[in-house]
Design a protein around this ligand. Structure first.
Ligand code: FAD
Length: 525
């Protein structure tokens, strides 16, 4: 096909993966990316963690918060959401789906469900943890050698590196203590280690965190010829994917600055608008496979905070090491580079993903004078991420008769933890207690976070090997029965996972993009 047009809905890491690969691989392709939210910084899709000025950073976060963001919300004429006492609030940069006002989603069993609405999507706010899926987390019908190649390409696109903070002695001491406690129980290659993260280490020891900007790469570099093939339209809401039978013809978009609606013709449409709004858009467009919105999973999360015990830590690190760590963190107080350790998922030994983040203060205020309120050796915030096993009945559904605040069929989320998950949560909590004891003293006891807190929503457009009603997309991410309609994001993940999902979803998108490129006449052989 000559000069094909590809329309991409959503500018997060996944939409950006499609844009990058299709521009690079298909000669003369024109890629139009539509994003409902605003661009936050001069560099499209940049992580807000890179903004040095705290006021600027707060402003960028507020701009991403859709219906709950005060000044920005008012400028778009969206009526104020009612914030009621006792309701959940979202992580900065995100907004709750069930925000309690008119047009709010209904999600009492999944109350912390949240989204980001801005160029770069949640990828402008993420923590950048990029572990690889392992064992049964992987997609069972993609062969291992192909999968390894996809993960490798995904790592390059996201600028993943594993050596971050490996030279921190405090981090190493924490690893040594955890290894003493758990090492003998863990299989080779899956022991206590550092967490791979997406970002570029800088000469001064800081990290420039990766967002959709690094995935887009040359597409947003005005000096690159590839940028001529790419156009990003922010504040442009895709209202419908338009169809002629089972072929997509383009998208109907609304310019949120002017309120004008128009049709944009496209040869391929890629919907990468997150795990709730992508299925909602398909539903609104009349694309309604049985599995759409179903098999919702995330990661139940148990968290706690531990004051590091000086005596234990001094077995592996010196007071001078601690001073050096604190000096390094002081260089960038708004976003200090921390020692992040982990124990990865392994099967059957350790079906959990553990993150251990060092910090010199607790994430909550402590009364001066209370035990461990001033702890020279600092604290760790520890989280166990667990599996949610996919079930049809855990689902987001859509109501044609009740519009949400954007005029889309409103969402309701039904979700429940089963005995299987509760058993894994109990086991993880027990291990979290052991980890805490190995490192010091709990200043916040282990607690299970409300459903939706992980921000890792999966399964609502799951991929499958056959069109048996239990999946939405084929093994190359095309909606079953619609060859030129491609979907992307964590929603494609069909398995129960414990790891942070973005790297896996980028790998799945790489496979989907290669297929589209091949069919459009890829220049890559
Ligand atoms: P998103 O990044 O959510 O982007 C989707 C975009 O689509 C949004 O910008 C949205 O506005 C847009 N959109 C929606 N509907 C429409 C429409 N109709 N028209 C136009 N545009 C539309 N993951 C990890 O793997 N590791 C981590 O450490 C990690 N930490 C996180 C920390 C935080 C605070 C948050 C919020 C997320 C974190 N995540 C993490 C999750 C990670 O950010 C997501 O997995 C990733 O961003 C998903 O990419 P995406 O492109 O599929 O969707």
């Amino acid at each position: 096909m000559s000069n094909p047009t590809i329309a991409i809905v959503g500018s997060g890491p996944i939409g950006s993966t499609y844009a990058r690969l299709l521009v690079e691989q298909v000669p003369n392709a024109r890629v139009l990316m539509f994003e409902a939210g605003p661009q936050l910084t001069g560099i499209a899709g940049e992580s807000v963690r890179n903004i040095p000025d705290p006021a600027e950073k707060a402003r960028a976060r507020e701009m991403s918060q859709g219906p709950q963001a005060g000044a920005y919300r008012e400028s778009l004429g969206i009526p104020a959401a009612t914030v009621t006492e006792g309701m959940f609030t979202a992580r900065q940069g995100t907004h709750l789906l069930d925000f309690g006002g008119a047009g709010s989603a209904h999600a009492p069993s999944f109350p912390a469900a949240a989204a980001a609405t801005n160029v770069g999507g949640q990828g402008a706010h993420w923590t950048c943890a990029t572990p690889s899926p392992a064992f049964s987390e992987k997609v069972p019908f993609i062969a291992d050698d192909e999968w390894d190649g996809l993960i490798e390409e995904a790592k390059q696109l996201l600028h993943v590196h594993s050596a971050a903070f490996a030279d921190s002695s405090v981090g190493e001491a924490i690893r040594s203590l955890l290894d003493e406690e758990f090492g003998a129980e863990l299989p080779d290659g899956y022991g206590v280690g550092t967490l791979p993260v997406a970002g570029d280490p800088q000469p001064d020891g800081s990290v420039r965190w990766a967002g959709a900007d690094v995935v887009l790469g040359p597409l947003i570099d005005k000096d690159s010829p590839l940028s001529k093939q790419f156009e990003l339209r922010d504040l442009t809401l895709v209202r419908r994917v338009e169809l002629d039978g089972h072929r997509v013809t383009g998208v109907t978009v609304e310019d949120l600055r002017t309120g004008k609606t128009s049709f944009v013709a496209a040869d391929i449409v890629v919907v990468a608008a997150d795990a709730f709004r992508s299925p909602q858009l398909l539903w609104a467009s009349g694309v309604r496979p049985k599995a759409l919105g179903h098999y919702l999973t995330e990661h139940p999360v148990v968290i706690s905070t531990v004051a590091l015990d000086a005596e234990k830590m001094r077995r592996f690190a010196t007071e001078q090491d601690l001073d050096a760590e604190l000096a390094r963190r002081a260089q960038n107080p708004a976003d200090p580079v921390a020692a992040v350790n982990r124990i990865p998922f392994s099967e059957p030994e350790h079906p959990f993903s553990v993150q251990v983040m060092y910090s010199e203060s607790t994430p909550f205020p402590m009364e001066p004078g209370t035990p461990y309120s001033e702890n020279r050796w600092g604290y760790v915030n520890m989280g166990y991420g667990m599996r949610k096993h996919p079930r049809y009945e855990d689902a987001v559904t859509f109501d044609d008769n009740e519009p949400d605040y954007r005029g889309f069929p409103n969402m309701s989320i039904e979700y429940a933890l089963t005995d299987r998950e509760n058993a894994e949560i109990a086991e993880a909590t027990e291990r979290l207690r052991r980890a805490g004891k190995a490192l010091g003293v709990f200043v916040a006891e282990p607690r299970l976070m409300p459903n939706g807190s992980s921000l890792h929503y999966q399964g609502t457009m799951r991929m499958g090997q056959t069109n048996d009603g239990a999946s939405v997309a084929d093994p190359w991410s095309r909606v079953w029965g619609y060859e030129n309609l491609v979907v992307g994001g964590n929603a494609l993940i069909p398995t129960a996972t414990a790891m942070n999902p973005t790297l896996m979803s980028v790998a799945i998108a790489v496979r989907g993009a290669r297929k589209v490129a091949a069919e459009l006449g890829s220049a890559i052989v």
